[in-house]
Ligand binder design. Structure first.
Ligand code: PLP
Length: 353
């Protein structure tokens, strides 16, 4: 049976990227050796790294003066590495969810944190004061767990840092508005194990504190992400995903694809009397669509879970901290998978109305 993969992360990737990785694991670039067993310093892998960085910059239209590096440690290590490298005295953290709050917690180890937060995570804070003497402001562009998303590139007058783990390459981004963008690759780009960082070179090197070599961005920029052994397999897959994104219209093409999927699903959530959305309409994510059953239909939750499962849909359970349902509509997910979900919602409605 065809599967419809709505998992939040690790998650769906283009089939072409998976297939190319399988081939490379058998015989990498005609070397007769598995990608898992070649030297990362060999010319074949160095070419993969160089092409991945070049394509990453090309697709996101990254201006001069920025570096792209691939690291280990996940987005969670960036929660600490960002303040270690950038926080002198004070930073602003927009707390829009669980991940944002984890990022702010690490920053508090390094200086004062001014937190911006709504009473709950079902909408994004707006029109807040940003102290102009802060070193930077940190946002989490897509709230993977609650389903809100910042779909613009804001200007707060101070350096902007964004955790784009779950929406990188889902839309065009004006990188020139950012000092630093980071994310774990396992939502929209590659298998887990690699973390991307886009950093404006001029913001680095202004810190008095000593930074351990591995935690200093400049180490990895200088060594082209080869200071130590990089995660070669996910970097290879990331390159193949980037090729797929380029072949499918780049970030403009992805935005069109993603809007079509999100529009289809939200329209059904709003129309179908069994279901309702959980976040403020103006802040709805096009990547992470969260919804619940209306109170009088709550007893049908298990039925809906069983129905979708019987039709090959996986990964629809809401995050354990929120409950309900969540459909992750990452780039590689086809519109036909969302249509299958919408059809299941209609089928349940027909049975129970
Ligand atoms: C998944 C996720 C993380 C955590 O990423 P790891 O690579 O597992 O550390 C951080 N931020 C956001 C927005 C996420 O979606």
């Amino acid at each position: 049976m065809q599967k419809h993969n709505f998992f939040a992360g690790p998650s769906i990737l283009p089939q072409s990227a998976i297939d190319a990785t399988i081939e490379a694991l058998k015989d990498f670039a005609g070397t007769g050796i598995s990608l898992a067993s070649v030297s990362h310093r060999g010319k074949e892998f160095e070419a993969v790294m160089a092409e991945a960085v070049a394509l990453f910059k090309e697709i996101l239209n990254i201006p001069e003066g920025y570096s792209v590096i691939f690291l280990g440690g996940g987005a969670s290590l960036q929660f600490a590495m960002v303040p270690f490298n950038l926080l002198k005295t004070k930073a602003v953290y927009v707390n829009t969810g669980t991940w944002a709050s984890k990022a702010g917690k690490e920053a508090k180890l390094f200086g004062e944190v001014v937190e911006v937060k709504n009473p709950d995570y079902f909408s994004l804070p707006k029109n807040f004061e940003v102290p102009q003497d802060a070193d930077y402001i940190h946002v989490t562009s897509n709230n993977t767990i609650y389903g809100t998303e910042l779909l613009t590139d804001p200007d707060y007058g101070i350096p902007l840092v964004s955790d784009m783990s779950s929406d990188i390459f889902s839309r065009p981004v004006d990188v020139s508005k950012y000092a630093l963008i980071y994310g774990g690759a396992q939502k929209n780009l590659a298998p887990s194990g690699v973390t991307f960082v886009i950093v404006k070179d001029e913001i680095l090197g202004k810190m008095d504190r000593k930074i351990p070599t591995m935690l200093d961005y400049r180490t990895h920029i200088k060594e082209n992400s080869m200071f130590n052994t990089p995660p070669v397999i996910p970097i290879f897959t990331a390159l193949e995903t980037l090729k797929w994104i380029k072949a499918n219209g780049g970030t403009e093409g992805m935005l069109k694809r993603n809007n079509a999927k999100a529009d289809l699903l939200y329209a059904e959530i709003d129309r179908n009397p069994l279901f309702k959305g959980t976040v403020a309409k103006e802040d709805r994510s096009i990547m992470s669509v969260c919804f619940v059953m209306n109170d009088e239909f709550k007893h049908l939750e298990d039925d809906f879970a069983a129905l979708t499962k019987s039709k090959g849909m996986v990964g629809l359970k809401g995050h354990r901290s929120v409950g309900g349902f969540r459909a992750s509509l990452y780039n590689a997910l086809e519109l036909s998978s969302v249509q299958a979900l919408v059809d299941a919602m209609k089928e349940l409605e027909q049975k129970h109305k």
